[in-house]
Design a protein around this ligand. Structure first.
Ligand code: NAD
Length: 405
């Protein structure tokens, strides 16, 4: 393909952020169409493109019209969680190269529909999990690839983000999170933490996730948060279904264990708690520590004695994509991860190479949400995780999201 002619579907917080990034950092990408159910959002974004690029993209309020637009060859979908799988399926069927924003799945069938549609159409598809491009995550991946952590045995990640205002402001902000927290109880956002871990563990490429169990705490954070706040009066006697903390354990075919935590409705600062434990070393972002058997360390000391020792190790193991990143790209969203994600997506779209995060990854990561829901509803019952590759995982070669060396 010679040129990317991009259409944005979903112009809320995320769509706006990605649009800004594209306008500022990807002059070679033409923004030709914009779509959102809310006409005011479409108009606002059209103005922004006109100001920056001097051309007027076509505006739509119906996604089907965007997908029928022959001038569009690529779409970025950043809509509500519920809409994601059906929209991506329709986009692929219409032959639009598809970048799908993150979010959990609602049914195993939805996840299969992504896989089946891609296998039938072969329309390029990338799951835009930006945390796979995180600096820490890629340093750890490089160390793992070079054997510095030994055989990886355990990985932990979290989505720890105090979203109480965002969730409760859902009606005013026309945002989808609130309705989910009122009626669902699951790990509703597993991919920021699972994605980089799955890539490091070669899930769908020599390894796969077999089974999970999930448990949820009681749901009290949001009810406590809305008490006495006038703007949330309408939520004061509502029952929230979503447990405040959800813990999920996932067993993998190679014997490694993944633990995930969702923690979004209690007071806290942001963390993905990314931790990798191998037979030769520990890589802990929350502790800011890297310890390997090659270093002389005293295992009787407390972890805090080593806090900050990771800085030099990061410098030594910095992957190529992070050595070359500019300050502008870092400031463009999520500390640079967004730009790297878009670079990878546009790069593969133009070259026709395999996408670094593909439909099998999307299905396997998104399905954790609906399977965790089933496990929680059944008292933490173990649930089988489908093999969306249908056996191909055994022979598929590992593929990292970016050049590491
Ligand atoms: N990767 C990241 O770091 C990151 C960060 C924030 C959000 N996200 C993801 O981006 C997505 C959007 O999040 P947001 O915060 O911008 O939500 P939002 O509610 O602010 O925006 C979503 C927009 O999509 C529109 N929309 C939904 N269905 C549509 C349809 N069928 N046709 C046209 N428009 C439709 C809505 O009208 C809304 O304007 C979510 O899936 C979220 O998980 C990712």
């Amino acid at each position: 393909m010679e040129k990317i002619k991009l259409g944005f579907l979903g112009l809320g917080q995320r769509g706006n952020g990605l649009l800004t990034n594209v306008l500022n950092n990807f002059p070679q990408v033409e923004v030709v169409a914009l779509c959102d159910e809310y006409a005011d959002r479409v108009e606002d974004c059209i103005k922004r493109v006109e100001e920056k690029r001097g051309m007027r993209p076509t505006g739509y309020t119906k996604h089907s019209e965007l997908f029928q637009d022959a001038n569009v060859n690529t779409v970025i979908i950043s809509a509500s969680w519920e809409a994601h799988a059906p929209l991506a399926v329709e986009a692929m069927k219409c032959g639009k190269i598809c970048g799908l924003e993150v979010g959990g799945g609602y049914s195993v069938e939805d996840c299969w529909s992504l896989v089946h549609t891609w296998e039938e159409t072969k329309t390029p598809f990338m799951f835009l999990e930006n945390c796979c491009f995180g600096k820490e995550e890629l340093v750890a991946t490089r160390m793992a690839r070079e054997g510095k952590l030994g055989e990886v045995v355990y990985a932990h990640g979290a989505y720890g983000h105090d979203l109480r205002s965002e969730i409760c402001g859902g009606v005013k902000n026309r945002h989808y999170r609130l309705r989910n927290y009122l009626i669902r109880n699951c790990d509703n956002y597993p991919t920021h933490n699972l994605g980089p871990i799955a890539k490091l563990l070669n899930i769908n490429r020599g390894n796969r996730m077999l089974k999970l169990t999930s448990m949820a705490s009681k749901a009290r954070g949001l009810s406590a948060f809305v008490q006495g706040k006038e703007e949330f009066e309408f939520l004061q006697d509502k029952h929230f279904a979503q447990g405040d903390v959800v813990c999920t354990n996932i067993m993998c075919a190679d014997g490694s264990l993944i633990s995930l935590k969702l923690d979004t409705s209690l007071p806290r600062a942001y963390s993905r708690e990314f931790t990798i434990s191998g037979t030769k070393g520990l890589f802990s972002v929350p502790d800011q520590v890297v310890l390997t058997d090659d270093m002389e360390f005293n295992h009787e000391l407390e972890m805090k004695e080593y806090t900050g020792n990771n800085k030099e190790i990061y410098e030594q193991n910095l992957p190529a994509v992070w050595r070359n990143i500019t300050q502008e790209q870092i400031e463009a969203g999520h500390g640079g991860m967004d730009t790297l994600t878009l670079q990878a997506f546009f790069g593969a779209a133009l070259s026709g190479e395999e996408m670094p995060i593909d439909v099998y990854d999307a299905a396997a990561w998104m399905v954790i949400t609906c399977l965790s829901e089933a496990s929680i509803a059944n008292g933490g019952m173990p649930i089988d995780i489908p093999d969306f590759t249908n056996g191909k995982w055994i022979l598929r070669e590992p593929k990292d999201v970016a050049e590491l060396i």
